[in-house]
Write a protein that binds this ligand. Structure first.
Ligand code: GAR
Length: 210
């Protein structure tokens, strides 16, 4: 099997990164993780990736004049490691339209909400403030607009009476850890089609605990 060479971009903790690394350990998984890169040299996830035997790199966005300048070395890393697919996993930087378009269909992101609801930050706080009863997470193809792009997979959970932003975030995160490997499996296997914002695949792409 020709496993797709996959890079993960992180900015912090890296728990989704760990779930992808874990899933890709299974020999029949259609992606292999060949690089973990962070824009934050102090991202705790980098040490975990190194420990898992994966090549790591820090490209500190602070030392570059702008987004394009930052993306130059990032792209060079992807070239060196012959990367086919990019997974954004808690990567908290906007990428330029040029970069995203170059990777169109080969770059995916996980977002802690049921898109198109709650794009942006503080999704759990905003969901609680709105009183929604169902919340969750989404993996989608990245397009130049933030938190938009064809939806690959979603998981939904019920909001409980005594939920706080922290308890809700923790339960959504558990779902993220299951969802992201499923979504990467779909994309890496190539077993899907895209029609506008609709992604169709024979592989599982939805779950609900409601
Ligand atoms: C995750 O909840 C992810 O969905 C979110 O950041 C967290 C990263 O956690 N991503 C975004 O908010 C992107 N806009 P992790 O570093 O432990 O995977």
């Amino acid at each position: 099997m020709n496993r797709r060479r996959t890079a993960i971009l992180i900015s912090g903790r890296g728990s989704n990164m760990r779930s992808l690394i874990e899933a890709a350990r299974v020999p029949d998984f259609p992606a292999e993780i060949v690089l973990v890169a962070s824009n934050r040299p102090d991202a705790p996830g980098l040490a975990d990736a190194k420990q898992a035997g994966i090549a790591t790199a820090a490209v500190d966005n602070k030392i570059y004049a702008g987004r394009e300048e930052f993306e130059g070395p990032l792209q060079a890393l992807f070239d060196i490691h012959r990367v086919d697919l990019i997974c954004l996993a808690g990567f908290m930087r906007m990428l330029t339209a040029g970069f995203v378009e170059r990777w169109s269909g080969r770059i995916i992101n996980i977002h802690p909400a049921l898109l198109p609801a709650y794009r942006g930050l503080n999704t759990h706080e905003r969901a609680l403030a709105d009183g929604v009863k169902i919340h969750g997470c989404t993996v989608h193809f990245v397009v130049p607009a933030m938190d938009e792009g064809p939806i690959i997979a979603q998981a939904a959970i019920a909001v409980l009476n005594d939920d706080t932003a922290e308890t809700l975030a923790a339960r959504v995160l558990e779902e993220e850890h299951k969802l992201y490997p499923q979504a990467l499996r779909i994309v890496a296997s190539g077993d899907y089609s895209v029609d506008g914002n609709r992604v169709r695949s024979k592989l599982a792409s939805a779950s609900a605990r409601v």
